[in-house]
Ligand binder design. Structure first.
Ligand code: P6P
Length: 335
């Protein structure tokens, strides 16, 4: 008899005592993300069948065409997080400014802020390639009883209390950490239940996959160019394999299982790279470190960077520890 897989709900209850803050609130927060993930998953899986794909006609603060599913996912996550009355503020990649949650919290008693990329990789929606949701949770730093401020959102990544992603792929998974390792849960869509399928996920220290958009090669810093040529060299266990899906969550997830490094460097096209520090790099860096991996901007630990604005971008190197350190070595040597 195969051992019964633990459900996400059972896992949360079993582990909430380990969470150093008020465990009930975090559990409720993770549960609200679980609900939103199921709702978004349902729409993502039928995107081709209803008039919900294609640009919504708007352009977000990033200057990117907003796909209807971007807008839908943003609304669903904000709605479920608001309804749980745990959160005092939300910042979304799809929103110009942060949202102060006052509807059920008129006395500003709620302690958590959530930062979210509701549908990362959305340019892949119309071509049926995996997309994902990324979330990052902090305790507020301004006094309870006062309205949330930008200061509550511009915290260093090393202050996160939880982070995770949903990958809407060949199966839908919720992968998250509360600072005690990384665990992956797979959705059984027939009954709408997530089951613990990947306990204690760890990046292999080494890997043979590098993930970068080589179409930007000529615009990369010399250190990155040198690393890419290193990966392609016939020597030792190289050449490595190049795998780049164009969806951070999917590239990260594959590399965490198989070993690999993901790079989105700065370039002459993007002086700080493309990925956002608050919604993409900090949560993925927290997960990476909790899974024995590493994440930097090529020089500095991502989680130590002090944010200065909601939508700031940073160069991003993330994955197997020894591979990230090899990239950092090439970056140092090229200075
Ligand atoms: P490019 C998606 O827009 C995203 O933020 C990541 O998920 C993905 O890895 C990257 O951008 C793809 O960007 O410039 O290579 O198409």
């Amino acid at each position: 008899m195969a051992n019964k897989k633990q459900t996400l709900g059972e896992f949360i209850i079993e582990n909430q005592a380990a969470f150093k803050y008020s465990s009930g609130e975090l559990s409720s927060l993770i549960n609200s993300i679980r609900l939103a993930a199921k709702v978004v998953n349902h729409e993502v899986n039928k995107a081709g069948l209803v008039d919900i794909i294609g640009a919504a006609g708007d352009v977000n603060i990033q200057g990117e065409d907003q796909q209807k599913l971007d807008v839908y996912a943003n609304e669903k996550f904000i709605q479920t997080l608001t309804n749980r009355n745990i959160v005092c503020g939300i910042a979304s990649e799809e929103e110009d400014d942060f949202i102060s949650i006052n509807s059920q919290d008129e006395n500003h008693q709620n302690k958590y802020v959530v930062l979210i990329d509701p549908l990362d990789g959305s340019s892949n929606i119309d071509v049926n390639v995996s997309v994902g949701t990324i979330f990052s949770i902090y305790r507020r730093v301004t006094p309870i009883g006062t309205p949330v401020t930008i200061e509550d959102f511009l915290q260093r990544g090393n202050q996160q209390v939880a982070a995770g992603y949903v990958v809407y792929g060949t199966s839908t998974m919720l992968v998250y950490t509360t600072g005690h390792g990384v665990n992956g849960f797979t959705l059984n869509p027939a009954i709408g239940t997530f089951y613990l399928s990947h306990p204690n996920m760890q990046f292999p220290e080494n890997g043979h996959i590098y993930s970068v958009n080589e179409g930007n090669y000529i615009h990369f810093p010399q250190g990155i160019k040198n690393y890419i040529k290193y990966c392609q060299k016939e020597e030792g266990d190289r050449p490595y394999t190049s795998r780049y899906i164009g969806s951070l969550v999917s590239d990260f997830h594959r590399n965490m299982i198989k070993g690999g490094v993901y790079l989105y460097p700065k370039s002459s096209l993007n002086s700080n790279g493309k990925l956002r520090l608050l919604y993409e790099c900090n949560p993925m860096a927290f997960l990476a470190e909790q899974a024995n991996g590493k994440a930097s901007d090529g020089f500095t630990r991502i989680l130590d960077i002090q944010p200065t604005e909601l939508h700031e971008r940073v160069p991003f190197v993330c994955g197997s520890k020894n591979m990230v350190e090899k990239v950092e070595e090439f970056m140092r040597d090229a200075q």
